[in-house]
Design a protein around this ligand. Structure first.
Ligand SMILES: Nc1c(C(=O)O)ncn1[C@@H]1O[C@H](COP(=O)(O)O)[C@@H](O)[C@H]1O
Length: 136
């Protein structure tokens, strides 16, 4: 069974993330939602990813403000990582977008747009990645 892992930087991102979780429920796609912050709990995040089950084929990483999380997740795994900027704080997600989108070469993050469409598109994009498996 192929699964999607969704990681958010804070519990305060949960309502935003739920939009993607609802789509996965609707499509019958297995998924797990975790909260880890690269800034606040890097050791725990690293340990969690180092023992990740091979059932997971794609990761969605969601964060607001100075969003290091998606890039750090991409550096700790070889799975495709989709990054979603959450529109929180005084810069309304532009800070998060810029933190996620401009990755150094070799550590890619597929970056979605700011806001609800970006969050939902992350789910659609993850589904397309899983669909590739069926086309092998
Ligand atoms: N950008 C990051 C990271 C990280 O990148 O590691 N960890 C938390 N955050 C973000 O900080 C915002 C405020 O978090 P709090 O509400 O917990 O203060 C959230 O949107 C979270 O994703």
């Amino acid at each position: 069974m192929s699964k999607v892992l969704i990681i958010a930087g804070s519990k305060s991102d949960e309502t935003f993330v739920k939009q993607a979780l609802d789509l996965f429920d609707e499509w019958g796609i297995e998924h797990e939602f975790k909260i880890y912050s690269a800034h606040r709990n890097l050791k725990e995040l690293t340990e969690f990813l180092s023992t990740l089950s091979s059932e997971f084929k794609v990761i969605i990483a969601v964060a607001g403000l100075a969003a290091a999380l998606p890039g750090v997740v991409a550096s700790l795994t070889t799975l495709p990582v989709i990054g979603v900027p959450n529109a929180v704080g005084p810069l309304n997600g532009v800070d998060a977008l810029l933190s996620i989108v401009q990755m150094p070469k070799g550590v890619p993050v597929g970056t979605m747009g700011i806001g609800n469409h970006g969050m939902k598109n992350a789910a659609y994009f993850a589904k397309r990645i899983l669909d590739l498996e069926g086309k092998k």
